[in-house]
Design a binder for this molecule. Structure first.
Ligand SMILES: Nc1ncnc2c1ncn2[C@@H]1O[C@H](COP(=O)(O)OP(=O)(O)OP(=O)(O)O)[C@@H](O)[C@H]1O
Ligand SMILES: [Mg+2]
Length: 246
């Protein structure tokens, strides 16, 4: 079990004086509207939930509140290619521990290409082990995990599995564990039943009733993937039968 007990992030909540407009993004999203308090695990906190349930919106707001740019990278990377940032970060109150992180990274699958282009353009790629665009998508993600992140850090990842093969996801689990062992804290939005199996973690489910803790084996990702793999011929017959009749 990892030894560190002092998290950088303790909890996040909406400022009590903030008056949200529930008709507009992002407070029209049920999980965002119903956020009372997100308690971060000292090691890893996973955000899980259906597409569109608000995970990226909340992760982005946490990242912006911590000083990261909206497209990701280290705190030194501050650019945006589109103006689609939600105002949630302005309403967010983040309680921090006494310990300050020495390192940090916001890794966002959907804009990592832009960050990689920017890093290659400005030439700060030594920390990644060389130019990012000469690596495959998954290789460049692994370069961040294995070369760029130094430990004693706060790391926010949005769907890191997007680029990773199942075997690289297992490697990512080992890399995450090694960083946790060197006093790092992660918040990870994911759909990967492999990544969310990490045991020293809290899994927070986003849904219509708000955000709440869920056990690994109770996540839809685990249950549905397990059921499908164990019964895929039958499930495929059920899924595809309507198409054949049509
Ligand atoms: N800039 C924006 N303006 C208006 N609505 C937005 C904006 N960004 C996201 N949304 C909407 O907010 C909802 C939540 O989006 P978000 O990206 O946070 O979901 P998510 O849980 O990360 O989903 P996924 O699992 O697909 O990544 C979606 O319905 C989306 O259409
Ligand atoms: Mg998302």
């Amino acid at each position: 079990m990892p030894k560190r007990t002092k998290p950088y992030l303790l909890h996040a909540s909406i400022h009590p004086d903030f008056n949200p407009n529930c008709d507009e993004y992002p407070f029209c999203i049920p999980a965002v509207r119903e956020i009372r308090k997100i308690e971060f695990h000292p090691n890893v906190t996973f955000f899980v939930g259906e597409n569109g349930s608000g995970k990226s919106t909340v992760l982005e707001a946490i990242a912006l509140a911590l000083g990261f740019g909206p497209e990701g990278g280290t705190r030194n990377v501050q650019f945006r290619t589109v103006e689609s940032v939600s105002p949630l970060h302005g309403a967010l109150r983040i309680a921090r521990g006494a310990l300050k992180p020495l390192d940090g990274y916001f890794l966002r699958a959907e804009s990592f290409f832009n960050v990689a282009s920017y890093m290659d353009q400005v030439g700060y790629t030594a920390g990644y082990g060389g130019p990012l665009h000469s690596k495959s998508h998954g290789e460049s993600f692994m370069a961040v995990l294995l070369n760029k992140l130094k430990g004693n850090g706060i790391y926010l990842f949005d769907e890191p599995e997007a680029a990773l093969s199942p075997s690289r996801q297992l490697s990512a689990l080992s890399a995450i564990h090694a960083l946790v062992e060197t006093r790092s804290q992660f918040v990870i939005a994911t759909h990967s039943p492999i990544l969310m199996s990490y045991p020293h973690a809290r899994i927070i489910q986003f849904d219509r009733s708000g955000v709440h803790d869920v056990a690994y084996e109770e996540t839809e990702h685990y249950a549905l993937t397990r059921d499908f793999l164990n019964n895929y011929p039958r499930r495929l017959t059920q899924l595809l039968s309507n198409d054949e009749e049509a």
